[in-house]
Design a protein around this ligand. Sequence first.
Ligand code: MG
Length: 244
Amino acid sequence: MILIACDLDNTLIRGRPQEGDVPVEYSGERVVTYMSRRTLEIIANLNGRIVLVPATSRSIEQYRRIKVFQEYAPVYAIVSGGGVILQNGEIDGAWDGRRKNVVDSTRGEFERVFRLLQNDVRVERTKIIDDAFIFAKSASAQRVIDSLKRDAISFSILRHNEKIYVLPPGIDKGAALAEVKRRLVPSCVAAAGDSVLDIPLLNGADYALVPSREIAAKIKAPHILVNPETADFSVFVMEFAARL
Ligand SMILES: [Mg+2]
């Protein structure tokens, strides 16, 4: 069995549609994200040999909005940045117990970071995602991070454009992937992702698929494949998985 662990936003789905894309997520009447028709076709036709595991920093609620994963429900999904594993759509109790232990053992630091972000005027909004990690948004994200570092934050701080993610040690997509691997015992693992949050996920795979050389330079999987500039990244990823 082949396991393919895929980030969602800007890997399998996107906010800005390209020609022929299919809407896959709505907020009321408004379309939030799209998927390429070809990618959707491959996902719809996956046989049991290839197991797709979505791996996202989205909250459980945001993940559940994506209707393609209601229709083609994956057995496992990694959500909340790895803090939560969904098994057949429901929160996996064993993994959730681990999340609670990790967060409870660092509760003081968790609350300190959250307060620092709440009190920083440069931060537009901050919230705790599924009691797994802290998210913040700021037009001065790097400066906010520099301040956190001066406050000797021991958590890992990651930035993706204006978004800031502060994760307690042990909460990341790679740790959750290791757990899913332990349970499914795949013969081969491929992973795809576009941001620094995906590095632990990509490092846990035999084949790491990335959209650019920039992210490729930051990972150390046995095989690294960079999306050709002319190709749609999600199609590149799913066609590669289907050929494995
Ligand atoms: Mg992404």
